[in-house]
Ligand binder design. Structure first.
Ligand code: PMP
Length: 354
C-alpha cells in the first residue's frame, strides 16, 4: 500500500466551517470580532517586496526578543511556529518516543487526539469532573507512559480555567512535558506563563497564539516559552523556514501594540459575561467562561437541533457530538450586535416543549 497504515486508519481533525458568505454571523471558530492593530495595516502597506525575494530569518531573532520582552523571559526560551497548531505538531515530534503516549483532558481541543494518531502513539484521555473542573490526569496508556500532556488553559471547548497552583503541582509530580496551551489566556484572569519562566522549571512549556486576542487567525503565528533544552529540541525538528517574513513582520507590529489587544480582549470579556448572564437567566447551563466563547447547554431543546436551526438562519456556532459535549453549543463571542441577534433567535429556537 502506498499510504501508511496509521494514516489509512486516521480520523482527521475537522476545523470549524469557514463559509464563503461574509454576511453570516460567524461564532464557530473563536475568532476575534474586532480588527487587528492599525500598526499591522501599516506594516503590510509598506512591506518591502525585496524581503520576499530572500528567505526569512530561520530563527526569528527580532520576534523572539519582542516575545521575551512581553512575557518576562529571554529569547533562548522562546520558540515560534506557523500557528500554535504547528508548535503542537513539533512538540509531539520532539518530546515523545515511539513507545510513549500523549495525554490531555477530556473534553479538550480535539486536535490532540489526532496528533497522537499522526505520531502513531497511544492517546490517554483524562476525564474531567462533571462541571469540567480539574480531575487527576491519567499518566499511562496501557504500557506506554504519557510523555507529553497537552493542557489547554482556559480549556476548550469547556471555557473553564484551572488554577495555576493546580497546574504547577501536577507538573512537579509528572515525569513528562506539560504543554500548557494558552490560546485563550488573554481573555482570562490569570496565566501559567510564570511557570514557564521559573528557574526551577524543567518540564513546563506555555504556548500562546496571535489568532484570538490579537485578531490574527489568518496570519498563522503561535509561540511557546519553556526550558532551554526543550526549546532547543523544537528548533532541531522544525522546517528551516517555518515562519514566513510577512508573519514575522506583522507579529512584531501586533506585539508592539499590546494596549490595542487588551482593549479588544476587555470588550470581548464584557460581551461574554453579559451573554452568559442572559442565557443563565433563561435557564441555560453556562460554566464560568475565561475564554472568548461559551459552552452552553440549552434549557429546553437539544443542542444539535438548535445548532442546525441557527445554521439555517445564517448563524454559525460549533457543535461537538459525543457523550461529554453533545448536549451543548460552543458559542464564540462576537460583537454586542452579533450577540443581540443570536439571543433574539435563541429565544425563539429554545422554546419550551409543548
Ligand atoms: N489551541 C487551542 C486550544 C485552540 O482552540 C486553537 C484554535 N483552534 C489552537 C490551539 C490553534 O491556534 P492557531 O491558530 O495558533 O494554530
Amino acid at each position: 500500500m502506498r499510504i501508511a497504515k496509521s494514516v489509512r486508519a486516521l480520523t482527521p481533525y475537522t476545523p470549524g466551517e469557514q463559509p464563503k458568505d461574509r454576511s453570516v454571523i460567524k461564532l464557530n471558530t473563536n475568532e476575534n470580532p474586532y480588527p487587528p492593530s492599525p500598526l499591522v495595516e501599516k506594516v503590510l502597506a509598506s512591506f518591502d517586496l525585496d524581503r520576499l525575494r530572500r528567505y526569512p530569518d530561520p530563527v526569528f531573532t527580532e520576534l523572539r526578543e519582542k516575545i521575551a520582552e512581553r512575557d518576562g523571559t529571554v529569547p533562548a526560551r522562546v520558540f515560534v511556529g506557523n500557528g500554535s497548531d504547528e508548535v503542537l505538531t513539533l512538540a509531539a515530534r520532539a518530546f515523545v518516543d515511539d513507545d510513549e503516549a500523549i495525554g490531555s483532558f477530556d473534553p479538550s481541543y480535539s486536535l490532540y487526539k489526532t496528533l497522537a494518531a499522526i505520531r502513531n502513539v497511544p492517546f490517554a484521555p483524562s476525564p474531567l469532573a462533571p462541571d469540567f473542573t480539574w480531575a487527576p490526569p491519567v499518566t499511562r496508556a496501557g504500557d506506554a507512559p504519557v510523555a507529553l500532556f497537552l493542557l489547554t488553559n482556559p480549556n476548550a471547548p469547556t471555557s473553564v480555567r484551572y488554577p495555576r497552583e493546580q497546574v504547577s503541582a501536577f507538573a512537579k509530580s509528572f515525569l513528562g512535558v506539560v504543554l500548557v496551551d494558552e490560546a485563550y489566556a488573554d481573555f482570562a484572569d490569570d496565566t501559567c506563563m510564570p511557570l514557564a519562566a521559573a528557574a526551577d522549571n524543567a518540564n513546563v512549556v506555555v504556548m500562546r497564539t496571535l489568532s484570538k486576542s490579537f485578531s490574527l487567525a489568518g496570519l498563522r503565528l503561535g509561540y511557546c516559552v519553556g526550558p532551554e533544552d526543550l526549546i532547543e529540541a523544537l528548533y532541531k525538528v522544525k522546517d528551516s523556514y517555518n515562519v514566513d517574513a510577512i508573519a514575522q513582520a506583522v507579529a512584531l507590529a501586533a506585539l508592539a501594540d499590546l494596549p490595542w489587544m487588551r482593549r479588544n480582549a476587555a470588550k470581548v470579556q464584557k460581551t461574554r459575561d453579559a451573554t452568559a448572564d442572559t442565557l443563565r437567566a433563561r435557564g441555560w447551563d453556562v460554566p464560568p467562561s475565561q475564554a472568548n466563547f461559551l459552552f452552553a447547554k440549552p434549557a429546553h431543546r437539544p443542542a444539535a437541533e438548535i445548532f442546525e436551526k441557527l445554521r439555517q438562519r445564517n448563524i454559525f456556532v460549533r457543535y461537538f457530538p459525543g457523550p461529554r459535549t453533545g448536549d451543548r453549543l460552543r458559542i464564540s463571542v462576537g460583537t454586542d450586535a452579533d450577540m443581540d441577534t443570536l439571543l433574539d433567535v435563541l429565544a425563539e429556537l429554545d422554546s419550551p416543549l409543548a
